[in-house]
Ligand binder design. Structure first.
Ligand SMILES: NC(=O)c1ccc[n+]([C@@H]2O[C@H](COP(=O)([O-])OP(=O)(O)OC[C@H]3O[C@@H](n4cnc5c(N)ncnc54)[C@H](O)[C@@H]3O)[C@@H](O)[C@H]2O)c1
Length: 269
């Protein structure tokens, strides 16, 4: 068990990647603090984890509110005694042309995706230092920290911001044995995928299009992202800090998705 006896906070644990990350951490021996806004969903997940023999604590939390983040950390420490890991997974996606984004829309994305992850990282790092154990912080960003698509400007700004502050924090906290890394997923099978299908002529058509843009020609399953999180949270990644790991089935490594007019030139021919 990679995370035996660790206390790990997972934000956005009410659906999608957050659920898979929380369940996988619990199976790896961690006590998981489930943080999200929906108490009903958190309660259901806590019961599922407990029924499997795992340990979980559910704390209602809006990550855009500093007061909620403080309460989350206080409750975790008061109930479980320590915090060894954090996964800043909660996030809002947002698609709108750059020329039409309003101040409120910008603020909302920044508050959830960037401010929330910044201050929760700060609060957890303070606790990890105070308890003398160090710890590991993982930010769930996106392949958008490498390249973009039209309509994603506030989301991209926030996710790039996560990479930026994580590098600074990784340097400042290295001697305290607090590691800070970013995990940047490609397209995963979550609500985001359902939203793409809803906007497409058919699921098959949508899958054909996206598979043609992904070298592995498939979506990423949430459990695969969870596995990468366990690696970054656990001791096997002990020398890795300040990194931005692309979990993307090769998407950010390719220049173009398919090249129909490939050169047949061979050196020496
Ligand atoms: N699914 C993908 O293809 C994909 C790709 C790259 C990055 N990501 C990132 O992974 C993370 C999870 O994505 P997902 O697909 O599971 O999304 P999702 O929409 O299914 O889940 C997002 C979670 O964040 C929570 N959340 C939103 N606002 C919150 C707030 N103010 N306070 C607390 N919780 C809040 C939601 O309740 C939900 O639990 C996000 O940060 C997203 O940007 C997802």
């Amino acid at each position: 068990m990679e995370l035996k006896d660790r206390v790990i906070i997972v934000t956005g644990a009410s659906k999608g990647l957050g659920v898979a990350i929380a369940e996988t951490c619990a199976r790896e021996g961690a006590t998981v603090v489930l943080a999200a806004r929906s108490e009903g969903r958190l309660g259901a997940l806590r019961e599922r984890i407990t029924a499997e023999g795992g340990r979980a604590l559910a704390v209602r939390c809006d990550v855009s509110r500093l007061h909620d983040l403080e309460r989350l950390v206080e409750t975790s420490v008061a109930t479980l005694g320590a915090i060894h890991g954090l996964v800043n997974n909660a996030g809002v996606n947002f698609v709108k042309p750059f020329l039409t984004v309003t101040e409120d829309e910008w603020d909302h994305v920044m508050d959830v995706d960037l401010k929330g992850s910044f201050f929760l990282s700060q609060l957890c790092a303070r606790q990890m230092i105070a308890q003398g154990t160090g710890g590991s912080i993982v930010q769930i960003a996106s392949v958008h920290t490498h390249a973009s698509v039209a309509g994603a400007s506030p989301y991209d700004a926030a996710k790039h911001g996560m990479v930026g502050f994580s590098k600074a924090a990784a340097i400042e906290l290295a001697k305290e044995r607090v590691r800070v890394n970013v995990l940047s997923p490609g397209l995963c099978r979550t609500e985001i995928w359902k939203a793409l299908i809803a906007a497409a002529p058919s699921e098959a058509e949508c899958a054909r299009y996206w598979n043609s843009n992904i070298p592995a020609e498939r979506l990423i399953e949430p459990t695969e992202i969870a596995g990468a999180c366990v690696f970054l949270l656990g001791d096997r990644s002990s020398c890795i800090t300040g990194a931005n790991l692309m979990a993307d089935l090769g998407v950010t490594s390719q220049l173009v998705s398919k090249e129909p007019y490939q050169s047949r030139h061979i050196v020496g021919e």
